[in-house]
Ligand binder design. Structure first.
Ligand code: AMP
Ligand code: MG
Length: 350
């Protein structure tokens, strides 16, 4: 398939490109598009064959549900049922933005889109190009992240091109994503509010609105094979580079010493990388790649660099990746949740 590639400036949107993308969607095709979190791989959420195509293009199992993206509050209750009052409060505060809410679905939403579940995940993104594209497409875009299944989510048009060129109809590139981590997911379909995935909207920010908030145990811990996860991102290998990731936690000096020892032991034998904060980066000269994640005082820069760093490790054929812990105040949960998944729970306390 020949993939159409177009750049759109988010500050002055070329509506002819947006219309072109909308036409592709209405005809049942797939378009990768920018959002404030990561790039999405979009299809018509109400067309079962579009959702099937999304699974094929990603190489993703079809019981892994897709998030439905809207760009108008009035469209919410056409796809979701039994919407609790608290959802409107959350929407007032955090929509448009990086929050996904799960509701009982209405019958217009095909089960192909929801991975066979009777619930639907809905998000109203804030990215102006995403909003224009969703409107031009008919209002309901089903989209997972626009990466090949198992790879880190794409946070730039170039990442999308690496994974999706030749596999989808069109890529709309608006440069790097602001946040760089997937949306926070909150399940409001079963009574008590439950966070299924941490993101830019933190558990604290959710609690300010919902009061009581549970967190699905699978967010930070490995679950047994008999537990059916609510968010399939928890079930499948996710956010992973090709190299083996080890998270090293402990006192700063101990962490630096441990990683330096490992680099020295592997030197000349195995290709190594370190994900480090800016202050520590100079310590790791023996690594083949030092991923400088920025200052710990600027947690949003750490979040927005994570996937690009993991992809760079793949580009450089890195076999062993050591990461410092990034337990920062607001985004720490989201960053560590992705890192822990990339590491397959491989954490060393020194
Ligand atoms: P991605 O776009 O790759 O971040 O994937 C979307 C994620 O949203 C899925 O992997 C699920 O974790 C979650 N999700 C979507 N729909 C539902 C749903 N109905 N119930 C629970 N989780 C959902
Ligand atoms: Mg994904």
């Amino acid at each position: 398939m020949n993939t159409i590639y177009r750049c759109v400036d988010a500050d002055s949107i070329d509506m002819s490109v947006v219309e072109e993308a909308g036409t592709v969607i209405r005809r049942g095709g797939l378009v990768a598009f920018p959002t404030e979190t990561v790039y999405g791989l979009g299809g018509d959420a109400l067309n079962p064959s579009s959702s099937k195509k999304i699974y094929e293009a990603k190489g993703r199992p079809s019981d892994n549900p897709l998030i439905v993206h809207i760009a108008d509050m009035d469209d919410l209750d056409r796809i979701a049922a039994d919407i609790p009052e608290v959802a409107y409060k959350l929407a007032d505060r955090y929509w448009p933005g990086p929050l996904t809410m799960i509701f009982k679905k209405r019958s217009v939403v095909p089960s192909e889109t929801t991975g066979g579940l009777d619930t639907v995940a809905v998000r109203f993104p804030s990215h102006p190009v995403a909003q224009a594209f969703i409107k031009a497409s008919g209002g309901y875009i089903a989209a997972p992240s626009a990466n090949i299944s198992g790879r880190p989510s794409p946070t730039s048009g170039e990442h999308v091109r690496q994974d999706m060129d030749g596999r989808i109809d069109m890529i709309v590139d608006s440069g790097p994503c602001d946040i760089g981590l997937e949306s926070t997911i909150i399940d409001l379909s079963h009574g008590a509010a439950m966070m299924l995935r941490p993101g830019f909207v933190s558990a604290e920010m959710l609690r300010e609105v919902v009061g009581e908030l549970e967190t699905d145990p699978a967010v930070f811990h490995e679950t047994g094979p008999d537990v059916r996860p609510k968010a399939p991102g928890m079930k499948y290998r996710h956010y992973a580079p090709k190299g083996k990731v080890t998270i090293v936690s402990g006192q700063r000096d101990d962490v630096i010493r441990y990683i330096r020892d490992r680099l020295a032991a592997n030197s000349g034998k195995i290709r190594t990388a370190v994900l480090s904060d800016s202050d520590d980066a100079v310590q790791y000269t023996q690594a083949d790649l030092v991923g400088d994640m920025g200052s710990r005082d600027d947690e949003s820069s750490i979040a927005s660099k994570l996937y690009d760093m993991l992809r760079r490790c793949d580009d450089e054929n890195i076999e062993e990746i050591y990461s410092e812990e990034f337990d920062t105040p607001q985004l720490g949960q989201a960053i560590m949740n992705r890192l822990i998944k990339a590491a397959g729970h491989n954490t060393i306390k020194v």
